[in-house]
Design a protein around this ligand. Structure first.
Ligand code: GLN
Length: 487
């Protein structure tokens, strides 16, 4: 708006973002900064405005791109050695949509290699530091994107969330992070991790910005046949401008065409579900306290709090760490030193070319997942692991469906603890996997989740909470977050 009104130029905004990126260089946020390209785009937008031409809804807004999104600007490395020097000939649909509206990418952000991890410590380029405490992790895998927004370098950043990679770093850095409904935003041109779980989403400072980004980026894409027809901009219920609390309940959300209750009739209270199974010692006391306080506040505002029992969720982590590595093993089989990026110097015949390239190019965590994935898919163990996990996944999805018959949204912690110390968990894979306890079930069920900032703990670290909605209720979820931000 300010740009279109000529109170600030796109060039000024981009220059500021680039300066801040340099100022915070020690946080190790960016794997690539495109000063020249970003300034060129900014000049084009400023020229357009000077000529009185129409510009897009994100004109001149600087943003950061997680380095697993393909675009022709900068190599797409996914912070993995094996993709070093990999120049993409294509641009991800999400990037295309953002840039068609005038958003300007200033650089690519650091992640755990191939998005495997919860701390960004698995990056080939080293960890990203937490925006609030440099001795702690930024979370992961999208640690760079979260810190870039938290340190106010850019207005927003992109992320991918296969099992918490947007929500957990968002909560570790005190910003908003959305994992939309599976299929809401096209995955075309994004380095695949686990295709049935991968979701494209964003980091922002406000729910209003999230709303705008979703309305720009979501919707059907012929290049990704798992994308859903645009529900974000067209759901009739969402044309309702009344605050969420005073709208007819989302109770009919499964039937999206639920008739709108006439004005004046008493509308049912919005029901917020709390998952009893998460109220235990595994979760940090201050996070549980924050959740309780939020519930009290919501109650005092007239929301109804509903206690949910979701016993299948205790299997979510185990199920995730079977299905996800199985899909990872398959998706990573294409990196062989022939087609993309890095090739080992030690290559002799074809087998040793593959072997040496993969052995040198993957990080230990990538290899761990390839091995687990191939194990659970192997003919001797397929039924015992993969098939059983696939069945349990359906149980979890059904449990969410049932839960949303009793409530409109669910409120949970994002992760069991706030940002932990660098090095604390990196050598203990199981401790690192436990970080994903509250986030992975959403990916298994395909439902949307939004990490919202919920204050700080005594040590000054951000605490986040997770709002969960039924499938395709992303817009309502963001509207609800808009209401909560003032409380
Ligand atoms: N911590 C999760 C994992 O390591 C995050 C994955 C993701 O969302 N990309 O699998």
């Amino acid at each position: 708006m300010k740009i279109a009104n000529k109170t600030v130029t796109a060039t000024r905004l981009v220059k500021d973002a680039l300066e801040k990126a340099k100022h915070f260089a020690d946080y190790n946020i960016f794997t690539f900064i495109d000063e020249e390209g970003a300034l060129k785009k900014a000049a084009e937008i400023d020229d357009k405005i000077a000529r009185g031409e129409k510009v897009g809804r994100l004109a001149g807004v600087p943003y950061a791109l997680k380095d697993n999104f393909m675009s022709t600007r900068g190599d797409t490395t996914a912070s993995a050695h094996i993709l070093e020097g990999c120049a993409s000939p294509i641009t991800a649909t999400a990037v295309e949509r953002l840039e068609n509206e005038g958003a300007i990418m200033i650089g690519r952000t650091n992640l755990d290699a191939f998005a495997h991890g919860s701390s960004t410590e698995n990056s080939y380029y080293g960890p990203t530091l937490n925006a609030y405490d440099k001795t702690r992790v930024a979370g992961g895998s999208s640690g760079g994107s979260a810190a870039a927004v938290a340190l106010d370098i850019v207005e927003f950043a992109t992320g991918t969330d296969t099992g918490g990679s947007i929500r957990q770093p968002a909560s570790f850095n005190g910003v908003y992070g959305l994992k939309p409904t599976y299929g809401a935003v096209s995955r075309y041109g994004v380095v695949a991790m686990a295709s049935s779980l991968d979701c494209i989403g964003f980091f922002t400072k406000t729910p209003e910005d999230m709303d705008l980004l979703m309305s720009v980026a979501s919707g059907r894409d012929p290049k990704d046949l798992t994308t859903l027809p645009d529900f974000y901009n067209t759901n009739p219920q969402l044309g309702d401008s009344r605050p969420v609390a005073s709208r007819p309940s989302l109770r009919g959300s499964a039937a999206q065409s639920a008739p709108v209750v006439a004005e004046g009739l008493e509308s049912p209270k919005l029901r917020i579900g709390i998952i009893k199974d998460f109220d235990n010692d595994v979760v940090d006391a201050e996070i549980r306290e924050t959740l309780k306080d939020k519930c009290e506040l919501l109650k005092s505002k007239g929301y109804e709090i509903v206690e949910l029992e979701m016993p299948s969720l205790k299997y979510a982590l185990a199920v995730y760490y079977i299905i996800q590595p199985a899909e990872v093993a398959s998706n990573l089989s294409r990196y062989d030193g022939v087609r993309y990026g890095f090739r080992s110097e030690k290559s002799g015949d074809l087998d040793s070319l593959y072997g040496n390239t993969r052995s040198e190019g993957f990080m230990p965590e990538n290899k761990r997942r390839i091995m687990i994935g191939n194990f659970v898919l192997s003919s001797g163990f397929f039924d015992a692991y993969f098939l059983k996990a696939a069945k349990a996944r359906t149980m979890i999805a059904d449990e969410y469906k049932k839960a949303f018959e009793k409530c409109d949204f669910i409120l949970t912690p994002v992760s069991p603890s706030p940002a932990f110390k660098l090095g604390e968990k990196v050598n203990d894979p199981v401790a690192m996997y436990l970080e994903d306890l509250m986030s992975v079930s959403l990916n298994l069920a395909g439902v949307p989740g939004l990490a919202i900032p919920a204050g700080r703990n005594k040590a000054g670290l951000p605490i986040g909470l997770q709002l969960v909605a039924p499938r395709r209720q992303d817009k309502a979820l963001i509207e609800f977050a808009k209401e909560l931000q003032d409380e």
